[in-house]
Design a binder for this molecule. Structure first.
Ligand code: ZN
Length: 282
């Protein structure tokens, strides 16, 4: 397992930690300002959200690399299932793949979306998800982009996801069998799973991303009350150990959605605290 005590070159910022995943949240720094602030502090990578990139993907990607960082990924595709307008899904997803390619982001994260309208449970939704991924994966491969399925905490079933565990995501990887399809592991979504280490062992070689935050003992909002690493009850070292034992050696991406706490603070302070917590708690 890697030792981060004196080395945070594997640290990446997911800009959602500054509120950039939602309109009107956070301090509203430009991508350039965030890049410079991360580079100054020695972050190795950065992960953007589509809404902050607009038509400037090439310029922002080049700016990050010129500052000495890598663009580690892009969040995220539109939901691939669970929507009223399935005809638009593939076109929108292709546009998000194009954006990742223009940005120079090697990985595009997928939150699958929930249960397909007119169906019940998960079976038909997972089947349609696999069909759509089989269409998208070659398109992404031609553009040098890998697709990372992110299983979500089961409380997001219904409207946001049909994959709840690493094992669920692994099953879909098997169904699609595309070389550029893998899994993103997010502490917030998997910390509770006692079968996680086994699921990761089975999925060895398929892990494309690792997302850091913490699970607060008294979580007040299911989406927007994530904790900073070290403030909660997730066993961060054990999870990272299992992720790395599954062959992952890439960036550790800090992704803290926190409407009432971290998004209200000065981003400079947030970025400093992340470095300290990354070295001490992760
Ligand atoms: Zn995540």
């Amino acid at each position: 397992m890697r030792d981060f005590t004196n080395d945070h070159s594997a640290l990446a910022l997911n800009t959602a930690t500054l509120g950039h995943n939602l309109d009107g949240a956070g301090a509203g720094w430009s991508p350039e300002r965030v890049i410079d602030a991360c580079a100054e502090r020695g972050y190795g990578g950065i992960v953007f959200w589509r809404r902050e990139i607009g038509a400037r993907a090439v310029a922002i990607g080049n700016r990050a690399r010129a500052a000495g960082m890598q663009v580690a990924g892009l969040c995220r595709t539109p939901y691939l299932v669970g929507r009223e307008t399935p005809a638009a899904v593939i076109d929108e997803a292709r546009a998000s793949i194009d954006m990742a390619a223009d940005l120079g982001a090697p990985v595009l994260t997928i939150v699958t979306g929930g249960t397909e309208p007119g169906t019940l449970g998960l079976g038909e939704s997972v089947k349609r998800l696999a069909d759509r991924l089989a269409t998208l994966a070659p398109y992404a491969a031609e553009r040098g982009v890998s697709l990372a399925l992110e299983p979500l905490n089961p409380m997001f079933g219904g409207n946001r996801t049909c994959l709840f565990t690493v094992a669920d995501a692994h099953d879909v990887c098997h169904m699609v069998d595309a070389p550029n399809l893998g899994i993103a592991v997010d502490v917030y979504h998997v910390w509770w799973d006692r079968t996680l280490a086994e699921g990761l062992r089975q999925a060895r070689g398929l892990i494309l991303g690792y997302h850091l935050c913490d699970w607060l003992e008294n979580t007040r909002h299911m989406l927007l009350d994530r904790g900073m690493m070290g403030d909660g009850v997730a066993d961060l070292r054990a999870i990272r150990g299992a992720v790395e034992a599954a062959g992952y050696a890439g960036f550790c991406e800090v992704e803290v959605f926190s409407a009432e706490d971290w998004w209200k603070r000065d981003p400079s302070e947030v970025l400093d605290v992340i470095v300290e917590r990354f070295r001490r708690s992760c």
